[in-house]
Design a protein around this ligand. Structure first.
Ligand code: NDP
Length: 295
């Protein structure tokens, strides 16, 4: 059997287009564009790439992009002062501080300074609490993208056995909560889990968010399972000077012979993250203008 490919790239492109159309309608109604501010501290190469592509995607979706670049030695109080200025700026609907922060900057303190109404990354403790108790709030973009793909494939997830591998605050934990809210029976696995292959064997849905190249093997999977691979890992290059291949946390080539459906890496979960960020910003803009969110 060969699994159906879950085309996150196409789903994300469609979502971005819909968000762009709604953002254009918002600009007409509100007399201003929705705005996303991205703060980058230091010059981490991967973060630079993410920030640039977020900026481009924001503009392409008919929204305003504000980029703030600060030197790596920025003092925490200066970074927090910038966040507070953005909180007070009516042109800014969403604030994203690109992580990881360099040096001794305290990520939790900086995220805590973001107005929860502008927390489009969903990392503020208020957003996490709202998700936990089932109140409206911003949900981290990557897990929200994953649940969109799962609902698109399965419709109703009621009673399905879901195993989330990984328990980070930005992926694993919110992913598990979203699956629980969708009435799945959820197991969260992590580095101390005993007999992970046996745990995964029971899953109708597997979400792998570990950060270990091709760790999840085909023979761990229940035949027909749906596999969502969040991992992004770069393998060592085959020859010097070349770029290593990007792979997920699942041994894709073998797993696709067992799974019922699977996301590829790249082209699966990755493109969903930015699309959902734009969606969250659009929702924030509507809330700030007292309008009903369209998506
Ligand atoms: P973290 O490093 O914060 O968390 C990894 C989790 O995996 C931890 O909970 C850890 O367990 C668990 N883990 C580590 N080793 C094992 C093991 N051998 N068996 C079982 N569990 C294990 O990572 P993130 O959640 O931030 O990211 C996970 C992956 O997703 C990364 O590859 C990252 O690059 C990718 N990612 C992709 C995004 C996208 O847009 N597609 C967005 C965000 C992340 P413990 O808690 O016990 O240490």
């Amino acid at each position: 059997m060969t699994a159906e490919l879950i085309d996150g790239k196409a789903f994300a492109a469609n979502l971005r287009e819909r968000v762009g159309d709604h953002a254009a309608a918002f600009a007409e109604k509100a007399g201003r564009k929705a705005g996303l501010a991205v703060v980058l501290v230091g010059a981490d190469a991967a973060s630079e790439v993410y920030v640039r592509s977020k900026g481009k995607a924001t503009v392409a979706a008919n929204m305003e992009s504000f980029e703030h670049r600060l030197p790596a030695d920025t003092a925490e109080e200066d970074l927090i002062a910038l966040v507070e200025r953005l909180n007070a700026d009516p042109a800014v609907d969403g604030i994203l501080v690109q992580l990881p922060l360099p040096g001794d900057l305290d990520e939790q303190a900086v995220i805590a300074a973001i107005d929860p109404g502008k927390d489009v990354d969903g990392f503020h403790v208020e957003s996490a609490g709202r998700l936990m108790v089932g109140r409206e709030g911003f949900v981290p973009c990557t897990p929200l993208g994953c649940i969109m793909l799962l609902k698109d494939r399965h419709g109703d997830l009621s009673g399905m056995n879901a195993v989330v591998i990984g328990r980070s605050n930005i992926v694993g934990k919110p992913m598990a909560q979203l699956l629980l809210d969708a009435n799945a029976t959820v197991t969260i696995a992590h580095s101390r889990t005993k007999d992970l292959p046996e745990v995964v064997q029971r899953a109708d849905i597997v979400v792998a968010a570990v950060g270990r190249a091709e760790m999840v093997k085909a023979d761990w999977l229940k035949p027909g399972a749906t596999v969502i691979d969040v991992g992004i890992n770069r393998l060592a290059p085959a020859e010097e000077g070349a770029k290593g291949r990007l792979v997920g946390d699942v041994d894709f080539e073998a797993a696709k012979e067992v799974a019922g459906a699977i996301t590829p890496v790249p082209g699966g979960v990755g493109p969903m993250t930015i699309a959902v960020l734009l969606r969250n910003t659009l929702v924030a803009a509507h809330m700030h203008e007292g309008l009903d969110p369209p998506v």
